[in-house]
Design a protein around this ligand. Structure first.
Ligand code: PEP
Length: 252
C-alpha cells in the first residue's frame, strides 16, 4: 500500500517571517491528515526556522534543490544535501522543470544531485515532464523515459526506497491548465512500467508517483482517484495555508 504524499513547492516566494506564518497556519489544518505525508519546501533561507517551528508536527521539510556534491566544497552559491539535513530537511526536490529550463540542468547533473542526496539519507522528489511542443510532436513518453532513466542512472536497488517521482507536464505548471486525470494516469502508468523494467516489479509497486501542474482544491480528488497517482506536488496553491490544507484533506 503506497502512502500518498502531498508536497508544497514554495519556489522563490516568502521571507522568513512569511514562511513561518504560513507554516504555523498550516499546522492545525493538516494535523489529522494520517492518510498522507505532508511536505513543504520553503526557500533555503527559511528552512531552518520553519523546521524548528514545525518540530513535532506531521509536516516534513524539503529543500527545492541541492548541490551535486554530498558535503562541502568550493562551489559558490550551492547548498549540499548534508547541509539541507542539518537545516531540518528530510526530502529534496530535484530536477524541477524550472531548474532544467532556466538553469540548464541536464539529466547528467540531475543524476549527480540524486546520488548525492540519497547517500545523505534524503528522500528525493525527482521531477520530470514534457513541454507542450514535445507532447504535440508525440514525444512525451520518450522525453519522460529519458528523464527517468537519466535521473536514476547507476542507483542501487536499496536507493529506490528513497525515490519519489513527480510527473509534471511543463505545459501544466503555473498555467492553470491541468492534465486531465486520464492523461496523468496514462503517463503515471507508463512511468511505473518503465521503472519495473529497469528495476523490479516490487520496487515499481512501492514507487510513489506524484502529479504536479496546477493542482488545486477543486481538482485534487479527481486526480487522486487514479490508480497510479500517489499524491501531488503543488506550486501556486501551496502558498496559502487554507488552499494547501484543502488539497491535503482532499475528499476520499
Ligand atoms: C510546481 O512548481 O511544481 C507546480 C506544480 O506548480 P503549480 O502547481 O503552480 O502549477
Amino acid at each position: 500500500m503506497r502512502k500518498p504524499v502531498i508536497a508544497g513547492n514554495w519556489k522563490m516566494y516568502k521571507t522568513i517571517s512569511e514562511s513561518v506564518e504560513t507554516a504555523i497556519a498550516l499546522k492545525p489544518l493538516v494535523a489529522n491528515a494520517n492518510h498522507c505525508e505532508v511536505v513543504i519546501a520553503p526557500v533555503f533561507t527559511s528552512l531552518k526556522t520553519v523546521a524548528d517551528r514545525l518540530e513535532g508536527s506531521n509536516i516534513k521539510i524539503a529543500g527545492q534543490n541541492c548541490a551535486p556534491e554530498k558535503e562541502e566544497g568550493a562551489l559558490t552559491g550551492e547548498v549540499s544535501p548534508v547541509m539541507l539535513r542539518d537545516a531540518g530537511a528530510s526530502l529534496v526536490i530535484i530536477g524541477h522543470s524550472e531548474r532544467r529550463q532556466f538553469f540548464a540542468e541536464t539529466d547528467g547533473m540531475v543524476n549527480r544531485k540524486v546520488k548525492a542526496a540519497v547517500t545523505s539519507d534524503l528522500t528525493v522528489i525527482l521531477c520530470m515532464g514534457e513541454t507542450l511542443e514535445q507532447r504535440d510532436k508525440g514525444q512525451a513518453e520518450q522525453v519522460v523515459r529519458g528523464q527517468l532513466e537519466g535521473g536514476l542512472n547507476g542507483l542501487t536497488a536499496s536507493d529506490m526506497s528513497r525515490i519519489i517521482i513527480a510527473y509534471e507536464p511543463v505545459w501544466a505548471i503555473g498555467t492553470g491548465r491541468t492534465a486531465t486525470p486520464e492523461q496523468a494516469q496514462e503517463m503515471h502508468a507508463f512511468i511505473r512500467r518503465v521503472f519495473a523494467q529497469r528495476h523490479s516489479e516490487d520496487a515499481a509497486q512501492d514507487l510513489r508517483i506524484l502529479y504536479g501542474g496546477s493542482v488545486k482544491p477543486d481538482n485534487i480528488a479527481g486526480l487522486m482517484k487514479q490508480t497510479d497517482i500517489d499524491g501531488a506536488l503543488v506550486g501556486g496553491a501551496s502558498l496559502k495555508a487554507e488552499s494547501f490544507g484543502e488539497i491535503v484533506n482532499y475528499k476520499r
